[in-house]
Design a protein around this ligand. Structure first.
Ligand code: GLA
Length: 344
């Protein structure tokens, strides 16, 4: 296992962002940056041992500094939407940036996707990776409490990318962290319609046209949104207005990470499994992707990739019957999410 560190580029304030190249003994290589905790590329083998880059990303830091839809980044403080950009804690109202119409999306104007994280890289026999750290200050993007955050990205010889999150606060706040990789197991050659998907969920979070939860959980009973049995993503996608952008409530039995989703790309034989400790997973079929020039000269367009974002339900602060995202002083927030790459 090894890791190599070099300068990726400079931000406008001249701070240096770093590029880490993490390699395991099977030849799998992950490139990532401490800018936004961004995973830039993942080289994974197909059934013939052929490596291909299976995540979307850009060549240079400059591209990442332009507007883009969270391609490969960390997302926080609150991944997904908060209705009206506001919530209450102990009868006090907190107002957040309304950066998607009236609503708050993915942590606001300068979320964790745009932060230059402190880092500590490491490599040993078991794994290699980078520990990212950030102190998110009280009222940053409108959220109360100073937060201490650590996010550990590592690769091991089981071809697992593990992301472990730890956080603590000095005042009551809401927290919902995720990672927003855009995966195409065929190296981005075609749209994802031939990728088959299984999601280990019995229901999903009903939302309105702005993707804000109504408060209802809808049991899966067949139909376009049902992935309880593996099926090609392209089979029913045209039955939905833009594609998939749904929060699935996972079947949870234990405390530790459990299988949340499995993606199979028959053309290459590549398989990705997602394991998480989170109660839900957002499946997003890159419905709003367009007009971006990605690395390897690929033009990014609608339905080119899929995101499986482990998280809590959207807008939980405003739905007391959803699993709570409230973090209190003395509590430790922990999440483990694993992306495992196989080939058959
Ligand atoms: C998430 C959301 C989508 C979209 C993307 C970023 O997956 O659910 O609606 O906002 O992030 O473009």
């Amino acid at each position: 296992m090894k890791i190599d560190t070099k300068i990726f580029g400079r931000l406008s304030g001249k701070e240096e962002a770093y590029l880490f190249t993490i390699q395991n003994s099977n030849g799998m290589i992950i490139k990532m940056s401490n800018y936004g905790g961004t995973v830039i590329s993942i080289l994974a083998p197909d059934r013939n041992g052929q490596f291909d880059d299976i995540v979307l990303g850009f060549d240079s830091l400059e591209d990442y500094l332009e507007q883009h839809p969270y391609i490969g980044t960390l997302v926080g403080r609150y991944a997904n939407r908060i209705a009206g950009g506001r919530f209450y804690i102990d009868d006090r109202e907190y107002r957040l940036a309304q950066n998607e119409g009236q609503n708050h999306l993915h942590g606001g104007l300068k979320g964790y996707d745009k932060i230059l994280w402190d880092f500590n890289e490491y490599a040993d026999q078991q794994r290699a990776g980078v520990m990212l750290s950030y102190r998110s200050f009280d009222m940053e993007e409108g959220y109360p409490g100073n937060l201490k955050l650590d996010v550990n990205f590592s690769l091991n010889d089981n071809n697992e990318l593990t992301i472990e999150y730890t956080a603590s606060t000095d005042a009551n706040t809401h927290l919902n962290l995720t990672h927003h990789g855009y995966y195409n197991l065929n190296g981005g050659k075609y749209l994802i319609y031939d990728h088959e998907l299984f999601i280990n969920a019995g229901s999903y979070v009903e939302t309105d046209k702005n993707l804000i939860p109504t408060g209802e959980l809808i049991p899966l009973k067949g139909g376009a949104v049902d992935f309880r049995t593996m099926k090609p993503i392209g089979r029913d996608i045209s039955k939905l207005e833009n594609g998939y952008d749904h929060c699935y409530v996972l079947n949870k039995k234990a405390e530790g990470p459990e299988l949340a989703a499995r993606v199979n790309n028959p053309a290459s034989g590549r398989i990705m499994e997602v394991y998480t400790t989170e109660p839900a997973i957002q499946f997003y079929s890159s419905n709003f992707l367009e007009g971006l020039n990605g690395k390897n000269n690929i033009e990014y367009r609608k339905h080119l990739a899929l995101c499986l974002e482990a998280q809590h339900y959207p807008d939980s602060p405003n739905h007391p019957h959803f699993p709570s995202t409230l973090l209190k002083p003395g509590d430790i927030y922990k999440q483990t999410t694993i992306y495992k790459f196989l080939a058959e």
